[in-house]
Design a protein around this ligand. Structure first.
Ligand code: NOS
Length: 287
């Protein structure tokens, strides 16, 4: 029905232009809300909401707990765009499609990306409700050749072989620690390694044990692909995992991972997580 450009850069540019002509806000900060964490978008002032279904070239949200709209507005005076609902590999979209919003944001002028997600805790010290600053990731689909950067490289976005050892911005992580200390959140703040899997089935006991041994502190089905594309395009990244459940590591355990528990944990901690992120945004220095 629409005339979709073949080239991904042209596609992203067309979407960015369409969004810029349909909103008053020119965002410099992009926020992705994880499962059950869409409340962050409600904090924006002078909100303008655009449904994914109205945006050219955008995929649709299919997961309960993800509203499926972009929210534009200002957060503590900073112009922001918020994804209220993200896309996951398990929804069946191509990995290029689920990360398309990052490139669109870049072309709209976004410099800093803040991602949140819900994740299972593998680290035995983690409790449900802990908030983990992601300091690094393990990209399991990447080991199997599943990367959003597969295919000819488009130099207009970034280099062929982007560095990932600095993926999670050190200054932003420090800022998170400082803000959390001021808000007296330090007792539930953690910092660790996030491992992404394809999902949608939750991990087996053997898989949880394996990931834990490999050095992962939390496991989920999102964020990493977005970070790879955002870093490729030169945006600063900061990401938080809310530990919504503890990975089952023991054959005697009767616990079973489920999405309802994930959403409920989000409801419990959402307000504090929103406060942490909004206070960080207030302090962001944008160049
Ligand atoms: N999520 C999880 N993904 C994997 N393993 C977990 O223990 C876990 N906990 C939360 C499913 O409820 C949604 O929340 C995340 C996944 O990314 C998925 O989108």
């Amino acid at each position: 029905k629409r005339n979709v450009p073949h080239d991904i850069h042209d596609q992203c540019q067309a979407t960015a232009d369409w969004l810029l002509s349909n909103t008053q806000v020119q965002p410099t900060v992009g926020i992705v809300c994880g499962s059950g964490l869409g409340g962050l978008a409600e904090m924006l002032k002078d909100r303008q909401v655009i449904k994914y279904s109205d945006i050219p070239n955008f995929p649709q949200s299919t997961v309960h707990g993800h509203a499926g709209q972009l929210v534009f507005g200002t957060l503590k005076g900073k112009p922001c765009v918020c994804m209220q609902g993200r896309f996951h590999l398990y929804e069946g979209y191509s990995i290029q499609k689920i990360t398309l919003p990052m490139r669109v944001f870049k072309l709209m002028g976004v410099e800093t990306m803040i991602m949140t997600n819900a994740a299972g805790g593998l680290n035995q010290d983690y409790k449900v409700g802990d908030v983990m600053i992601i300091k690094d990731h393990i990209n399991m689909p990447g080991f199997a050749g599943v990367s959003p950067l597969t295919g000819p490289n488009d130099d207009r976005f970034g280099v062929r072989f982007p560095c990932m050892s600095d993926a999670y911005d050190r200054e932003l992580r420090q800022l998170a620690h400082d803000v959390a200390a001021e808000l007296s959140y330090s007792d539930f703040l953690q910092e660790g390694v996030y491992c992404v899997l394809g999902g949608p089935s939750f991990e087996t006991i053997a898989e949880c044990r394996l990931l834990h041994k490999l050095g992962a502190d939390a496991v989920g089905m999102s964020t990493v692909h977005e970070v790879i594309v955002a870093r490729h395009a030169g945006m600063r990244c900061f990401a938080l995992s809310l530990i919504t459940n503890r990975a089952v590591m023991d054959y005697d355990s009767q616990e079973k991972a489920n999405h309802e528990e994930v959403l409920e944990a989000g409801r419990q901690r959402a307000e504090q997580l929103e406060k942490l992120v909004s206070t960080m945004v207030a302090r962001l220095e944008l160049n």
